[in-house]
Design a protein around this ligand. Structure first.
Ligand code: BGC
Length: 889
């Protein structure tokens, strides 16, 4: 029996995914071994139609000499549609020992060709001529089934948002389907395993259809119907019987439709539900639907139907209200204690016709009254009309709210606390990171970063979840993606979004400001459009995923080529509209745009995106492009220096963001870098240890300070409690990240209503610095195949405990000062990876590992003196280091 095993089998980052249309899915696994320094020498993958592997494998990779255990592509015979494939893996170590076969896992294909859709798109007649409120459509059909059903799958999608029911029961617990994509080009469909919901005899399918992103209000100028004027749905049920035969029930004009209790449903505005109009059993067999209308068949939309790409959206957790507040204005307000995104589920016992309203807000004003000014035109109101005759429970269907406070009318006060719960809804991403430390304020900051991510990762990465915006702002996504990749596994989520970015990019390569594109927002700003390059590169870095680079490469190249023809010369970007250093504090009065010249920011990002494009080209084997774009990068750097740096090497625009970008993107000559870093340091100290940076400068500020030896100042900025700072909002009681440094000003007043969100994750990008510097978890090779552990032990902290579940397995760092003389540091390195540990001491003999001197440490390959301390190269395993506490940052 070998002392290592293969586990955590995944396909395209997901455990046993059902309904994927990837012809070459990729396998990954972990090696679990107590042994230090474990290296995989080879692997073997078998794929079969049954999990017992009794029959001849469908594909057998044979023994493959490789130390890779991630992103291994299926290379077997062409995959069949609607088929479950089981796979198992075993691995060899570098001593020739082989593990046992792993537990089998599986994936199931969806409809691999568009021809397999037999169902028809159906709609409610004249639904496009409805009144303002536009009540939701209810669809149903009945069908009978023999009782030897062995498996049943529904494939469904819609123009609008839909909820699917089988025999009166929700098909599953996923929400906001089909999700938001660039609807006129790509439309997702979902796969539902409904085997357990069907029975012999009569069965029924039902569906509720509402406006959603497709037809609902989108943008801040009250427009709607951006993607289409008419809702429609497409549903196809495949039932396999024990004799191998199959029955298909598809949507067609035999289905019936009507409106019902859901009188209004809008993402921004909430829902109106009249429970008196409920019709019991509408989605169950035997329901009398004669007075329902026949549906009408609609043409198939142009957009390509793609199987769900990202994880589904679900209720991830529920939270109970903390308190009932009676405001000075006499409002009854529930405090959820957390600025969350989702909806409220409540139970009421009242007369028929009783109207219950729930309004949702992020903050109370300084008098303590309910405040919805910053929602702009978004009403975020649930209106429920009771049916009476006992307890009734309600939660919305197709709308979500961003809120901490809920103003309730129509429900007796004593029922409030018990009868209400907040359902936190976001894309069901796997949590991968954790960061805790000895400072409660900093832990709250990390909490707010994570809840900012939860609140703005509902099917797409949004800027905010409450006002009449909630859009896929590209700039916000690119500044936050590295932090996001620590907290959660974000690949399928961003892969989908980036495909929509490429789909909405125009023929010139211009990238819309928001993805999916909503024309109100606009196109082609530096630092926003660069998401097209920075996001795929970051996913490659954090997960070692070459596929996302290959998929996005044409879009990445098109963006750089778009910029190339913008400037007066091809090496500078000094034309066009740019957001600049959005919301920076060195902006002129009443301007949202910081003082750093837009063309400086534009050219800096042009250089950075071109550098990343050259690197991406090299990684995917586009050698010629790699050379071409590296040369272009060089030229842009030269042009940047000529235009924005004085002959003496001084960055002409003395802003924190200008210094930060010039240093972060290596735009200065070596000789000018430390001086510029010192000028940045001086500028911050002269400003009372306060930042002035906006959306563009903030994500890199502390990373640059640490890189150039000013980690102490970075810590002082992070621990700054006075405005402006990250902790100012925490001290003001924030439970998520604010759009403005002073969303709530020191006098308790608010930023103007025209743009003031209390759930905007852009400034949460400081998380990246916390994980890479305070915890010291850094990648040296993509996917953390090689890791650097180098915590910067600050004087503000006595311990940090952080972990990251990488694609190779968990990485952990827990450092703790022992009586101010020494540090204990526990490090966990996943099997089949290597690490470099930098221990800040110049005396290697004073370092102990598990109490033993270094020369006795197993799988310690080398110890080398560097300017930063001892560099230890180690293999995988769990280590316990002790070393003297010398310099404190
Ligand atoms: C959004 C931001 C976005 C900005 C760009 C705002 O309205 O909320 O997230 O980055 O516009 O201007």
């Amino acid at each position: 029996m070998t002392n290592f095993e293969v586990s955590h089998l995944k396909v395209n980052y997901r455990k046993n995914p059902v309904g994927i249309d990837d012809f070459h899915p990729r396998f990954s696994w972990w090696i679990s071994s107590e042994r230090r320094g474990f290296v995989q020498a080879a692997y073997q993958i078998q794929v079969a139609f049954d999990q017992m592997f009794d029959s001849e494998p469908r594909w057998d990779s044979g023994k493959v000499e490789s130390d890779s255990n991630v992103h291994i592509e299926y290379q077997g015979p062409a995959l069949q549609s609607r088929t479950r494939y089981y796979f198992r893996v075993r691995a060899w170590d570098d001593q020739g020992k082989v593990s046992g076969w792993s537990e089998p896992a599986y994936w199931e294909t969806a409809l691999l060709s568009a021809e397999e859709w037999q169902a028809q798109w159906i709609a409610a007649p004249l639904s496009h001529q409805r009144n303002e409120d536009d009540p939701c459509d209810y669809f149903r059909t009945e069908f009978s089934m023999p009782d030897n059903v062995v498996s049943a799958r529904v494939y469904a999608t819609s123009l609008g948002l839909y909820r699917l029911y089988i025999n009166g029961i929700p098909a599953d617990n996923t929400l906001f389907n089909p999700g938001w994509t660039s609807y006129n080009k790509r439309l997702q469909y979902q796969t539902y395993d409904v085997t357990s919901l069907l029975s012999g005899g009569d069965n029924a399918l039902g569906c509720i259809l509402g406006n959603g992103w497709y037809k609902g209000y989108l943008g801040w100028d009250g427009n709607k119907d951006f993607f289409g004027k008419e809702r429609a749905v497409l549903i196809q049920l495949h039932v396999t019987l024990s004799d191998g035969t199959e029955q298909i029930i598809g949507s067609d004009d035999n289905w019936r439709t009507a409106t019902g209790p859901l009188l209004m449903s809008e993402l921004y505005h909430g829902e109106t539900y009249d429970a008196r109009l409920e019709v019991e059993g509408w989605s169950s067999p035997g329901f009398e639907d004669l007075d329902w209308q026949k549906t009408v068949v609609r043409d198939r939309p142009e957009s390509a139907l793609v199987a769900q790409e990202n994880e589904p959206t679900r209720i991830i957790e529920t939270i109970k209200p903390l308190a009932v507040i009676h405001t000075p204005k006499g409002e009854i307000v529930l405090d959820m204690g957390q600025n969350m995104v989702g909806w409220v589920r409540f139970t009421v016992h009242a007369e028929a016709g009783t109207i219950v309203t729930l309004e949702h807000a992020e903050v109370l004003d300084r008098e303590g009254n309910f405040y919805i000014g910053n929602l702009r035109s978004a009403k975020q109101t649930i209106t429920y009309i009771c049916r009476g005759g006992g307890k009734e429970t309600f939660e919305p269907y197709l709308s979500f709210q961003g809120f901490r406070y809920v103003k309730v009318t129509g429900i007796p006060q004593d029922q409030l606390l018990e009868q209400f719960s907040g359902c936190v809804i976001h894309t069901d991403l796997q949590l991968t990171g954790s960061f805790n430390c000895s400072d409660e304020l900093l832990n709250q900051l990390q909490h707010n970063i994570l809840w900012g991510q939860k609140g703005n990762f509902l099917d797409i990465p949004t800027d905010c979840p409450q006002r009449d915006e909630r859009m896929g702002w590209t700039g916000d996504a690119q500044v936050f993606i590295r932090t996001a990749a620590f907290n959660m596994n974000i690949v399928p989520f961003f892969e989908k979004w980036l495909k929509d970015l490429a789909a909405d990019q125009d023929e010139e390569g211009r990238v819309p400001h928001v993805i999916p594109d909503v024309p109100v927002a606009g196109y082609g700003s530096a630092a926003w459009g660069d998401a097209s390059v920075i996001c795929p590169w970051t996913l490659y870095q954090c997960y070692g995923d070459i596929r996302v680079l290959k998929t996005q490469y044409p879009s990445m190249k098109a963006w750089v080529e778009y910029i190339r023809v913008q400037g007066e010369d091809e090496f500078l970007w000094n034309t066009g509209f740019h957001f600049g250093d959005w919301l920076a504090l060195d902006a002129k009065e009443n301007s949202y745009v910081g003082a750093t010249p837009k063309e400086l920011i534009a050219t800096a990002y042009y250089a950075y995106s071109t550098e990343l494009l050259a690197k991406a080209a090299a990684v995917i084997g586009e050698t010629e492009d790699a050379i071409k774009y590296e040369a272009l990068h060089e030229k842009i750097v030269q042009a940047f220096r000529q235009e924005f740096v004085t002959p003496k090497g001084r960055v002409a625009s003395p802003t924190q963001t200008a210094y930060t970008l010039a240093l972060m993107f290596d735009l200065l000559e070596e000789k000018d870098r430390y001086r510029t870093a010192m000028m940045l340091k001086d500028q911050i100290e002269e400003n009372g240890v306060h930042l002035t940076t906006g959306f563009v400068g903030t994500p890199y500020l502390c990373l640059v300070l640490s890189r150039f030896g000013y980690t102490d100042l970075a810590y002082r900025l992070v621990f700054q409690k006075e405005y402006p700072s990250w902790l100012y909002s925490v001290i003001q009681g924030a439970t998520s990240i604010w759009e403005h440094w002073d969303g709530i000003k020191q006098d308790g007043s608010f930023w103007s209503d025209n743009m003031n969100s209390y759930n905007h994750y852009a400034y949460g990008a400081i998380g990246d610095w916390l994980y890479r510097t305070a915890a010291g978890i850094e990648l040296l090779e993509p996917g953390y195949k090689k890791i650097r552990i180098q915590p910067q032990i600050g004087k503000h902290l006595t311990w940090v405990d952080a972990s990251l579940e990488s694609v190779h397995g968990p990485i952990k760092v827990f450092w703790k000062k022992q009586n101010d003389t020494s540090v204990e540091m526990q490090v966990l390195i996943p099997s089949n990876t290597m690490a470099e540990i930098i221990i800040p001491t110049m005396e290697p003999n004073r370092i102990l590992e598990s109490g033993a001197p270094l020369e006795q440490v197993i799988s310690l390959y080398s110890v080398e003196q560097t300017s930063e301390g001892q560099r230890l190269i180690i293999g995988s395993g769990n280590y316990q280091f002790t070393f003297p506490l010398i310099s404190e940052n």
